[in-house]
Design a protein around this ligand. Sequence first.
Ligand SMILES: Cc1cc2nc3c(=O)[nH]c(=O)nc-3n(C[C@H](O)[C@H](O)[C@H](O)COP(=O)(O)OP(=O)(O)OC[C@H]3O[C@@H](n4cnc5c(N)ncnc54)[C@H](O)[C@@H]3O)c2cc1C
Length: 324
Amino acid sequence: MKARVLGAGVAGLCVATELVARGCAVTVFDAAPRPGPHGCSWWAGGMLAPFCEGETAEEPVVQLGQEAADWWERQGVTVARCGTLVVALGRDRRELDRFARRVAKHERLDGDALAALEPDLAGRFDRALHVAAEAHLDPRAALAHLRDRLEADGVTFVAEPGRPDGLTFDCRGLAARDVLPDLRGVKGEMAMLRSRDIRLSRPVRLLHPRFPLYVVPRADGLFMLGATQIESDDRRRSVRSVLELLSAAYALHPAFGEAELVEIGVDARPAFPDNLPRLTRQGDTIHVNGLFRHGFLLAPALARMAADAALDGTIPELMHEDHG
Ligand SMILES: Cc1cc2nc3c(=O)[nH]c(=O)nc-3n(C[C@H](O)[C@H](O)[C@H](O)COP(=O)(O)OP(=O)(O)OC[C@H]3O[C@@H](n4cnc5c(N)ncnc54)[C@H](O)[C@@H]3O)c2cc1C
């Protein structure tokens, strides 16, 4: 079977990977030659945190997200399976209890247990939550790896979408608003810092009623700080957001005050009104979209479901038929 995929963000690359695994001849169309800052996927933290996301996300996110770490590892992507640490400053301790009530699979840690996991946070918090079953990856490395592997498997990457020949998988992210009118953008700002004065092995979430922060460690002393969540598709980086992110990082550990500010990024996450992803079938096109803040977490499951729907005719729960 022939298939074309529109868009080479995380959704498109995962769909192409699942189609190739089922023996399809795949062409991917994207004006950009490589993964880069033009796509929302570039700016992601790379947290594979289905349980922590369950604090606010609905059950499908928690369920389907549990496939992600194994899937990425099967593709040859390096996945760090160190869990997620959740902390709160003294005055926000109640946030930790509220979070614990809503999130499954956590273990409560006292200050010593926290220091054993993350020595550089010793003495800074007297309690924390650890969600051991979670993982993280470097999104930019993961995108580049999938793309290179697809190319090695014979997938062609083309800038101009040719005429449809077989099924089309539309994975254009927010650009698909032209045919998915209830898709909206949810702005996310992030910062990248470099510090040799602090080491973390796992993502750390700092709970705060107004300025929640997460820090995701990457190689070479890099730390991704994320992320704002604003109902807007405006892509300007605001002073307020950057101040909030950097202040929260400084509150997590003062060493971040001396860190090098490497990058400030922004993009708008593609989301439907219920913030759940959707497969939408319109004739010979299957739209894979609405990944919101869960692109790396949910694209593997969505891609599997989209490929099954196309090749076996199964109708997954998240499939919508659009005859309009
Ligand atoms: C700050 C921030 C932090 C995040 N952190 C995480 C996280 O920790 N974990 C997680 O799972 N998710 C996270 N996300 C969410 C994740 O980044 C998104 O859900 C995901 O990137 C959406 O992927 P996509 O492939 O749908 O869209 P995109 O990545 O935007 O890809 C769409 C692609 O379509 C292409 N395109 C556009 N128009 C056309 C056209 N006409 N024809 C062909 N191609 C076209 C574009 O060039 C682009 O390459 C985060 C997002 C942000 C902004």
